[in-house]
Design a protein around this ligand. Structure first.
Ligand code: DQA
Length: 140
């Protein structure tokens, strides 16, 4: 199975960014752990701080991947364009957030992505990505 992980803005700073909220592991380190754990799954990873690049990647991933794990970060709460992209593609998208966005500022409570996501996982730290992958693997 081929699964694409897409991370949005500022998630390139994982490891050093607000460690009390997001932990102190870089995503590159965690991605290697995921590849090691899910050896029989073809995992790919893309990160961008640019809205349109993430939308382009969602379109591209729709051609090649059977599942998409998306942490749209701040764009979750703002981007109708990204929500439309998730709605417009056929590959199912699982929305992930490292932090429990509902326990944070009110502006993080709204997700434009969630109505068109297959499911949403939040508040479990980086484990959320692992759980999202498992959700795709367990469905058959
Ligand atoms: C986040 C939550 C968002 O509100 C925030 O803007 C992020 C990260 C999370 O993974 O917890 O950048 O998506």
């Amino acid at each position: 199975m081929k699964i694409m992980i897409i991370n949005g803005p500022n998630l390139n700073l994982l490891g050093t960014r607000e460690p009390d909220t997001y932990g102190n592991k870089s995503f590159e380190t965690y991605f290697s752990e995921l590849q090691f754990k899910f050896k029989n799954t073809e995992l790919s990873y893309f990160q961008s701080n640019i809205e349109g690049e993430i939308i382009d990647e969602l379109h591209k991933a729709d051609q090649d991947f059977e599942g998409i794990v998306l942490n749209a970060a701040a764009y979750t709460h703002t981007s109708i364009g990204m929500a439309d992209a998730v709605k417009g593609i056929k590959t199912p998208v699982v929305e992930v957030h490292i932090s429990n966005t509902h326990a944070r500022e009110e502006f993080r409570h709204k997700s434009y992505i969630a109505p068109n996501a297959k499911g949403v996982i939040l508040g479990f730290g980086l484990l959320g990505y692992d759980l999202a992958i498992q959700s795709f693997l367990n469905e058959k």
